[in-house]
Ligand binder design. Structure first.
Ligand SMILES: [Fe+2]
Ligand SMILES: [Fe+2]
Length: 353
């Protein structure tokens, strides 16, 4: 029996019949609970089986595995659970609060991807792309992703869900103004609306394949960056679930941890659709603007390597630097601030080779 490989956008955006909605700190979130109490992620009624079907079909047609980078490729979360516990035991909550706010804000930025998928992907490939995740990017997949990250209608998505995690664990620690300042210090444009034209403009100087459609190359580059953020996020979830379940350090009786576990469940389809569509491109032949043909592996391979190197290098360094800056600011006016800082750094795991 062959299962269908074609899905409408409506189907890819459809949620299972939910008995009870998910509420977090009084905020209505996406997803919800079935009659037996199981949590179901939003918009996965068809999206989940579709992803499995496209992956199986790809293996059958091309005999290759789906691209993957295991979470162990990245070092654990910074700060570590031990480092974060040290800070909280000393009442230094600001860097953790800033971290949770930054995660939520960056999740919201994920919605940008909805502006980047060209409606007709077929014209960029020599081979037929019907019945693939690739063909469904602009037909429901990136829109489902965007709604998961930034919410839709009255339902909060991951950005507000992380703010709820923070507000439950630390009992509404920041005002909107403080949040804005905090994000400014971390170099994040809080509250900025998506700017696809600006992104396209900035990307012009970073192109590696001049003969490809610029929108296509920007889409692939964004998909790779987001995929690596999504995988790395599983370190963040493990960190947050462990730290926030400690009733001696945070409020909420485990509610914050529970919420993080739902966000974690929602992320799996994001990882799956991105790596599937990237694999489908890798194993096909691209058609350049000049009409010239390029093996997909010659495009996806180098772009994968470059993006992974950036994720492990520059982006990791920026993340650490932002955390340390928030920490130094928080302890600067404290009597034993320097000692605490030294102890914090002494708990750091040695950098991976
Ligand atoms: Fe997310
Ligand atoms: Fe995600």
């Amino acid at each position: 029996m062959t299962h269908t490989l074609e899905f409408s956008a409506e189907e890819l955006l459809a949620t299972d019949d939910i008995e009870e909605p998910l509420l977090a700190g009084g905020v209505r979130c996406h997803g919800g609970f079935l009659h037996d109490g199981t949590y179901v992620s939003p918009r996965t009624k068809f999206r989940r089986p579709a992803l499995t079907a496209w992956q199986d079909q790809h293996r059958k047609d091309f005999g290759t595995e789906i691209l993957h980078a295991p979470v162990e490729t990245w070092p654990g979360n910074y700060p570590s659970v031990e480092q974060a516990r040290l800070l909280l035991r000393h009442g230094v909550r600001e860097p953790i609060i800033a971290n949770l706010t930054r995660i939520g804000t960056v999740e919201g930025f994920g919605a940008m991807i909805r502006f980047l998928a060209p409606p007709d992907m077929q014209r960029f490939f020599d081979d037929d792309i019907r019945g693939t995740a690739l063909d469904h990017l602009s037909k429901g997949l990136v829109e489902a992703h965007a709604r998961d990250e930034a919410g839709h209608g009255d339902e909060a998505g991951h950005d507000r869900m992380w703010y709820a995690v923070r507000d439950i664990a630390f009992e509404n620690p920041v005002t909107q103004d403080e949040t804005e300042l905090m994000m400014q210090r971390m170099g994040i444009a809080f509250g900025a609306s998506p700017d696809p034209d600006g992104a396209r403009q900035r990307f012009l100087g970073k192109r590696a394949f001049e003969d490809l459609d610029v929108g296509l190359e920007l889409l692939i580059s964004t998909m790779l960056r987001v995929l690596f953020v999504e995988i790395k996020a599983f370190h963040v979830f493990a960190w947050a679930e462990e730290l926030l379940s400690d009733p001696d350090l945070v409020a909420g009786d485990g509610e914050a941890t529970r919420l993080v576990s739902f966000i974690r469940a929602d992320e799996t389809p994001h990882v799956e659709y991105l790596r599937t569509a990237l694999t489908e491109m890798r194993d096909r032949t691209f058609v350049g603007e000049s009409g010239k043909h390029y093996p997909g592996a010659d495009i996806i391979g180098p772009m994968w390597d470059a993006s992974l190197a950036e994720s492990l290098g520059l982006l990791e360094d920026q993340n650490r630097a932002a955390t340390v800056a928030e920490l130094e600011l928080a302890v600067s006016s404290r009597p034993h601030g320097a000692d605490l800082l030294a102890e914090f750094h002494s708990l750091a795991e040695p950098p991976a080779d």
